[in-house]
Ligand binder design. Structure first.
Ligand SMILES: [Zn+2]
Length: 614
């Protein structure tokens, strides 16, 4: 390759760097290093195609990276473990009340009246578990009626488009749900109404306090009891957990649930035991030997009392003692099924890849007749195929609900030079006294943004990141949940446990690192199905910060970086769409075809559709 070509390549590298928001000077320096690294002999390899990613990675590394990213949930994880241990060592009779017949009636009022340690736990509710469900409700059983008091039950996705596919069969279900609104008060079913219910519906009312199923939940429960393998794809807020928790209560034996994070497990265990009265327990590597032994002893019984057993993936992969226990359960006909939650972690292509998940294929290999359900809120078609293959469930029943959230309006706004002022103005103009989240990329950014809004714009905000003490985080969540403060400036650590239905806006002060993350984070708006706005504030420079974060956060592995970069690029493209429909772009990313007209003519068109319709 001659000198002229190298000049040409250099120009291409530089424009790549500028396109990604890096400054020219740093890019030139870094490029010189790259060229000298390859030397005269290797100049042919110095092309954007061959080493564009390496170049960006090196460039990101060379930046004086002082940002304190918040992509490590380790802190929250270890706390979760501690809280779980406390819970199991403690007698929880404080949350039980005996009724007239002497039967213990369990309920938990997680917000205000629980003892201190539980207060902390209660705020860490999993998005997908008890979304939209009121933490303080109880069920009273009468002779001929069941009344379910749900003071804040909300109407949701009434006509959600859902599809069921197995092999060549495919159908669309457009089941209308019985609307329940905030002011409904106690819902009473008559004896006749109760009699007309099937086992699933009855369990849904009596145990879980829901008068109706959300789209596809009923099918998922039936499939589970019929011992079918299932792949369940529901967006956050769709009620995934019920799809395995309900059948677990109907089937004999123990359902084993694999979940990636202790904090998620914690939330589920608390909800199941204290809110629904369903015996559930867990095993993880951080338990003390005696705690684990107690659980294992229970599992060795002829009929273990627990219905759900939560484990982290490393418990299963390469742990022969645990596999022995599973085999033993299986022999006694007490192994009801496997559930792989957050199944996108299985996939190399998913945005949250965990190596231990990959080994979960051993479940189907060793227990071919035990049904397995894979659940996720984010999976493209290629990720789905990858999951089915890795878990060895090629013929699984596929249950997918639409990812479209018609009540959300998507918008991207270019950042001005004084972007914090701009943000403050936006909040004042459009979201006065409304509840919302401002997502930031790093810990220092969320502190900075919050301080600026408080001091300079006189907008009351709080900030939240994983580096804060647990007590402070609980306090921030409390303030925001109760409406004492409307706006929280947060990193992605503010995710688990957000169960606030009336979030009117989610603003990304910096773009997310992937479309998956963006969809999930922005999806925290409008869980009550009322209109809400999702805005991404964007400038090219922010993308270089994302690159820096990926470089320092992902263990620096070349392959990981490549995948992460490709995902981040897609997010960048989303932000840079000039005329195309953003809703369509998001949905197509998840493999869903979408007619732009539905956005344009819908009640909440995206900014680009709105522009072209007037
Ligand atoms: Zn649109």
């Amino acid at each position: 390759m001659g000198g002229h070509d190298l000049q040409f390549e250099k120009a291409r590298f530089l424009s790549l760097a500028l396109e990604c928001g890096f400054d020219e000077q740093s890019a030139e320096k870094c490029l010189d290093r790259l060229i000298s690294l390859y030397g005269d002999d290797g100049q042919d390899f110095v092309t954007v195609e061959c080493c564009g990613d390496d170049f960006l990675a090196a460039l990101a590394e060379s930046m004086q990276d002082t940002e304190d990213w918040d992509d490590d949930l380790q802190v929250i994880e270890s706390e979760a473990c501690g809280a779980l241990s406390n819970m199991f060592e403690k007698d929880d009779t404080s949350n039980c009340e005996a009724d007239n017949n002497g039967n213990a009636r369990r309920y938990i009022n997680v917000i205000d009246h629980s003892p201190e340690p539980k207060k902390q736990q209660s705020w860490m509710e999993l998005d997908s578990s008890s979304d939209g469900e009121d933490p303080d409700f109880c069920i009273t059983k009468g002779k001929d009626s069941v009344s379910t008091t749900t003071s804040k039950r909300l109407s949701r996705s009434m006509d959600c488009k859902s599809t069921v596919t197995q092999g060549s069969v495919s159908s669309i279900c457009n089941k209308k749900q019985r609307p329940m609104t905030q002011k409904d008060g106690p819902q009473i079913l008559s004896y006749e109404e109760l009699q007309a219910l099937d086992d699933f519906e009855l369990a849904n009312v009596v145990i879980f306090g829901n008068l109706t199923f959300r789209p596809l939940q009923h099918q998922a429960c039936k499939a589970s009891v019929a011992k079918k393998d299932c792949f369940i794809l529901m967006p956050t807020g769709g009620g995934k957990s019920l799809c395995y928790q309900l059948p677990a209560t109907l089937k004999p034996g123990v359902t084993v649930v694999v979940s990636p994070l202790l904090s998620l497990i914690q939330d589920q265990i608390i909800t199941l035991n204290l809110k629904f009265g369903i015996p559930a327990t867990f095993l993880n590597s951080q338990q003390t030997a005696s705690q684990a032994a107690a659980v294992l002893q229970e599992l060795r019984k002829d009929k273990p009392s627990c219905k759900l057993l939560y484990v982290t993936p490393e418990r299963i992969v390469g742990n022969s003692t645990f596999l022995e226990i599973l085999k033993c359960l299986h022999r006694k006909d007490q192994l009801a099924g496997f559930v792989v939650d957050e199944a996108h972690c299985v996939s190399q292509w998913g945005h949250d890849f965990r190596p231990d998940y990959r080994g979960l294929g051993c479940l189907k290999q060793k227990f071919s007749d035990v049904p397995l359900a894979a659940l996720t809120a984010t999976a493209t078609h290629s990720v789905r195929e990858d999951i089915l293959k890795a878990l060895r469930i090629p013929n699984a029943l596929i249950l997918e609900t639409s990812f479209d959230r018609p009540n959300l309006k998507y918008e991207v706004i270019g950042k001005t030079k004084e972007s914090l002022k701009q943000l403050g103005q936006l909040l004042k103009d459009q979201f006065k006294n409304q509840s919302g989240i401002v997502y930031c990329l790093s810990k220092n950014e969320c502190v900075e943004v919050s301080n600026f809004l408080n001091d300079k714009c006189k907008i009351k905000t709080v900030y939240y990141h994983a580096g804060m003490a647990a007590r402070q985080r609980v306090e921030v969540q409390r303030k925001w949940h109760t409406g004492e403060v409307h706006i929280v400036c947060a990193t992605i650590a503010f995710g688990m446990g957000i169960d606030k239905p009336d979030v009117r806006f989610v603003i990304h002060n910096t773009l997310s690192k992937s479309i998956e993350s963006y969809y999930q984070e922005s999806g925290r708006a409008g869980r009550d199905n009322l209109p809400a706005v999702c805005i991404a504030l964007y400038q090219k420079k922010d993308f270089s910060r994302v690159v820096c974060m990926l470089r320092s956060g992902q263990g620096c592995k070349r392959e990981n970086f490549k995948t992460a970069m490709a995902q981040a690029q897609k997010m960048k493209q989303y932000c840079e769409l000039k005329t195309e429909c953003r809703r369509k772009a998001l949905l197509e990313h998840f493999g869903e075809s979408f007619d732009r007209k539905d956005c344009k003519n819908g009640s909440n068109p995206c900014d680009n559709c709105f522009k072209t319709s007037v």
